[in-house]
Design a binder for this molecule. Sequence first.
Ligand code: FAD
Length: 372
Amino acid sequence: MAQYDAIVIGAGAMGGAALYQVGRRGARVLGIESLTPGHEGGSSHGATRVIRISYYEHPSYVPLVRAAMTLWRELESTAGQKLMHTTGIIEIGRPDCELIQGTLASARHHHLQHQALDAKEVMRRIPAFKLPDDFIGVWQPDGGYLEAEAGIKAHIDLALAAGAQLHTNEIVRAVEPHGTGVRVTTDRGTYEAKTAIVAAGAWAKTFFPDLPLRVTRQVLGWFKPRDPAPFAEGRFPVFMLESPHGIHYGFPLDDAGLKISKHFHLNETVDPATCERAVSAADENAIRAGIAGYLPDANGELLEAKTCLYTMTPDGDFIIDQIPSCPQIILASPCSGHGFKFAPVVGEILADLAMEGTTGHDISRFRLARFN
Ligand SMILES: Cc1cc2nc3c(=O)[nH]c(=O)nc-3n(C[C@H](O)[C@H](O)[C@H](O)COP(=O)(O)OP(=O)(O)OC[C@H]3O[C@@H](n4cnc5c(N)ncnc54)[C@H](O)[C@@H]3O)c2cc1C
């Protein structure tokens, strides 16, 4: 039977990064992916993802974003391609809303470069916005977006070049402790390894049914702006905007259109196997509601829309931990709708846990014990 140092289950954003980080350390590592990398059934498709450092969710994420930014730059340099676009980010809302309060708290706590701007100044700098007088914007020059699908491909290509193996279209049925190691059973065979990393995204509960994870359906929309000029990269940054319609976010215009979504969308709990993938008028309306009043020229024809999945924990923080009863099995569920930007540093943490049993990164916030 094939013996490995580590087996990585799932080759999406986190599994791809883990495969690379384990493989580059010279370990014998096998990735097993039930579909093919780049598929549109999980959480990582849709071309781009926001990267932001003044983290509204909690200041403790800031050191991790910094580490991720360094690793994205390293990946760009090793892969010889641009993956991170630093457009700056504007986060907009009423001064007392969660997005603004949290963004300012992180920026102040970590002394991040930022500017708080009144509505008039936001509209002067970024004329596409039409904002009520009582809204403000927090400008943070280090934010931007990642080329998500290209980033996953770069990790996997470099992992394979470093000697990692990847089996695609192979479904892992079980992962269980076996002596001091693990046994992984798939629809094609059985493998043994010293350790396994479960990075199965929305399918994590297949392996750990008792975890408090909830998969939700999300929708990404690409709009044709009525006037494209104000939305061009260079004039229009990545944005997040909290209004009575929720938190909406979007990107500068690219060839596919103006990508805009509603964070958490309709908050529908779904099963990834049966989730409705078609996009409805209600989906479209939920996105349009957040832009009609604030970005009126963005509210043009819907060119394309895709569904995607968030895997939510009750507190919105990630799970990255060894399973307490069998620490040779490591679970990575860094989603809750904001995990992509961390993929390279999560890969590094997973490689640390798999190869050393510990990591120098602070993952205390992500431990399973918090659910006891
Ligand atoms: C619409 C949307 C917008 C988002 N926007 C942002 C953003 O702007 N910024 C940000 O940082 N994050 C964002 N996120 C979150 C981010 O995309 C996710 O945190 C991240 O993609 C999760 O990666 P993953 O590796 O856990 O899951 P995935 O990339 O889905 O990978 C899981 C993989 O496991 C495989 N798998 C599952 N079961 C098995 C099995 N039994 N055997 C073998 N393989 C299996 C699946 O096929 C899949 O390929 C967004 C997410 C969505 C859905």
